[in-house]
Design a protein around this ligand. Structure first.
Ligand SMILES: Cc1cc2nc3c(=O)[nH]c(=O)nc-3n(C[C@H](O)[C@H](O)[C@H](O)COP(=O)(O)OP(=O)(O)OC[C@H]3O[C@@H](n4cnc5c(N)ncnc54)[C@H](O)[C@@H]3O)c2cc1C
Length: 639
């Protein structure tokens, strides 16, 4: 089930690797590159294969030579301008059409790599594109064939979509969603309504400024007054010709966020908006013209889970997105650590900070995690593609059912593991780069802030882990019960995937505690051994990040550039900044308009003015202190 590394290609010839992966410029990092125990190009070909590397190169060089991508997101831009630029970039992604259908069919991993390459530059246009094509489009495509014509409009951008599940007062608790969809059999329409402002759709990506259509989750009511539970509907929210709201829809932007500000997250309230009967996404149930409800799911719980099935797609992507953020942060921090010299055996000879054990302890475990999570996320994605293909062709096999359960459990566990690891690593990398890590131009703050919501959307990490543990425990006890009723060798009741699920689930659940405990309780012996491994690994660390670091233009961090010319690169960036050497426009406020000092704050004078001595202050009650009011006024007027 896991992707096979490209052993054949990796044993291919050196000259083809050199064309695909040019040498890095000579500079301060060359020393570590020479020390590496392996060839980074061979490793890159082994992991990705030449075909994927070619695709990555194509995407990176297209972005680099495109004026729409010239302005890096970290640079000063108003939110409105950034949102506009994000949309223009997203439009360019449609024009590029980086992959043909044939290519996708032949190697579905290319889609994941395409998303990652764009996201490495900036997550905002990437997520805008993915929310529209993958989440909105994917949900509609998996509903039924009757949306085939509608789907065309998605992929040629006649319309723009969003996925509206969360409401202002309910997110994790999807059962608490209160938007209603009431079927009117007289007009053959659903009436979409938000009962009050707390039931407004909220946080929805693309909804803030430009989405024309939304997949809206609502409680379905049939004419007999019965609530049939949560279902999804396609609702037009803006006119496609004017981008003005449709009648009965109040739609807007929710405001500035901590990160991902190119993306317009929005809200919408529906006032008895009528939509055609065919707008129901009949994934889990449908309504007849007479208003009779039918569903292929007899079990209400199963129906509910299936209605939210598209969330798994998001979790799988987030696992990969977080692993990518981990790789970006490490590329910067490890290259910095190998070129930043502090202290040394003599005053003349300072050593790179990567030589310090603490720096190795802080960064190298995350480097190992980056490789593990990258491999895992790709293998999970491949499993998902197989499952999705089965879904589209209505497969009913045992394997299809097993895949569905396995993917659900694994994505619910891997999303928290990956996003939390990346979040902690981004902060550690920020600190590992000292003060320079805090400079916005070096991008670690942006990586940390853009990764942050991965811990929350598509299921809050804490709640997801509780659900995963619950789910795994149930499966475990069910298997145990079966084995008691019908004694058979245990392996038959505990197939490998459950062992894996239990393992991953609990590992994730206790991951943070294990790491903390490990650090505390690690024995002297083990510490000596791990330190020895770090000593070996630190010489390979630069080559290990060279394998996955994107080109300088995409990584966009002076301290993380491939040349390792740390200070030259920083100066170049600083001096290119806007008005860096200019006198401030408000210079006269200091030089001419001096402050009007009402009172010079002299400590002796101040003490005299205080109503009481310290002892008096302790004992006297405020009311007894006759001069207190005056003193407070006197201190307060000091500007
Ligand atoms: C950047 C961003 C983009 C988003 N995009 C979209 C989008 O496109 N479409 C969309 O529909 N939604 C979107 N969301 C919403 C997102 O899916 C929700 O925010 C998420 O599901 C969490 O729900 P909540 O905000 O209601 O948190 P809450 O459920 O209110 O959680 C608050 C806290 O309570 C804890 N908690 C809740 N329930 C329990 C429990 N049972 N046991 C223990 N602790 C609990 C949680 O762990 C959390 O710490 C987006 C959110 C963000 C931040």
């Amino acid at each position: 089930m896991a992707p096979t590394p490209n052993v054949k290609e990796a044993t291919g010839n050196q000259s083809s690797w050199n064309t695909l992966l040019p040498d890095f410029p000579k500079g301060p990092l060359s020393k570590y590159r020479k020390k590496a125990s392996f060839n980074w190009k061979e490793m890159a070909v082994f992991l990705d294969g030449e075909d994927i590397i070619r695709l990555k190169n194509r995407i990176f060089s297209a972005l680099e030579s495109d004026p729409f991508f010239a302005h890096h997101p970290g640079e000063e831009l108003s939110r409105e301008k950034y949102q506009e630029l994000t949309f223009l970039r997203c439009k360019r992604l449609f024009e590029y059409d980086f992959l043909t259908q044939q290519e996708i069919i032949e190697n579905p991993l290319k889609i994941l790599n395409m998303v990652i390459c764009i996201g490495m530059y900036d997550w905002s246009p990437c997520l805008q594109f993915f929310l529209h094509c993958g989440v909105f489009g994917g949900t509609i495509l998996s509903a039924s064939k009757r949306f085939a014509d509608f789907a065309k409009k998605i992929y040629n951008m006649e319309i723009f979509g969003c996925f509206a599940l969360t409401e202002l007062s309910h997110g994790t608790n999807t059962k608490g969603i209160r938007t209603t969809a009431t079927f009117d059999h007289n007009t053959q329409e659903f009436i979409i309504n938000s009962p009050d402002f707390e039931a407004a759709k909220f946080w929805v990506g693309n909804m803030g400024k430009h989405a024309t259509h939304a997949v809206v989750y609502a409680q379905l009511y049939t004419p007999d007054g019965q609530c049939q539970g949560l279902h999804s509907f396609i609702v037009q929210i803006r006119d496609t010709k004017t981008l003005l709201p449709m009648p009965g829809v109040m739609v807007g932007d929710i405001g500035k966020k901590i990160g991902q500000n190119g993306l317009d997250n929005g809200f919408a309230m529906f006032h008895n908006v009528r939509i055609p009967k065919e707008s129901i996404l009949n994934i889990t149930g449908d309504v007849s013209p007479e208003g009779k409800y039918s569903s292929s799911f007899k079990d209400v719980k199963e129906r509910f889970s299936a209605a939210l099935g598209s969330l798994s797609t998001g979790r799988i992507l987030i696992t990969a997105v977080s692993a990518t953020n981990l790789k970006l942060a490490l590329s910067i921090a490890i290259r910095f650590s190998a070129t930043r010299h502090q202290f040394g055996p003599t005053d003349e000879e300072e050593i790179p900070v990567i030589e310090y054990q603490t720096q190795q302890w802080r960064l190298l475990p995350y480097l190992a995690a980056a490789y593990a999570l990258d491999y895992f996320s790709k293998s999970l994605f491949e499993n998902f593609v197989e499952f999705y293909a089965g879904l589209l062709t209505k497969q009913r096999s045992q394997r299809q059912a097993d895949l569905g359960r396995e993917i659900h459990a694994l994505s619910a566990a891997s999303k928290p593991l990956s996003s939390w690891t990346a979040q902690q690593a981004a902060q550690e990398c920020r600190e590992a780069c000292g003060g320079h890590g805090y400079l916005a131009m070096n991008r670690l703050g942006e990586i940390r802030n853009d990764n942050d919501p991965n811990c929350t959307y598509e299921g809050d990490n804490n709640v997801l882990l509780q659900q995963t543990s619950n789910y795994l425990m149930k499966e475990f006890f069910l298997s145990l019960l079966m084995s008691l009723k019908n004694p058979l060798p245990l392996p038959q009741y505990f197939p490998y995937r459950w062992v894996l699920c239990v393992g991953v689930g609990w590992r994730v659940f206790f991951f943070r505690y294990i790491v903390a405990l490990f650090r505390l309780a690690i024995s002297y012996e083990v510490a000596k051994c791990v330190s020895f491994l770090f000593k070996q690994l630190k010489d390979d660390a630069v080559a290990l990040v060279d394998v996955f670091a994107p080109p300088d233009f995409i990584l966009n961090s002076p301290i993380g550039k491939a040349s390792g010319e740390l200070y030259k690169n920083m100066w170049a960036e600083i001096l290119q900044g806007n008005k860096v050497l200019n006198r401030p426009s408000w210079w006269a406020e200091f030089c001419i308009n001096k402050p009007h000092l009402v009172h010079f704050l002299n400590p002796k004078k101040l003490r005299n003015q205080l109503c009481c001595s310290r002892t008096e202050l302790k004992t006297a009650s405020p009311t007894k202190c006759s001069r207190r009011k005056n003193h407070i006024t006197s201190v307060e007027i000091y500007p």
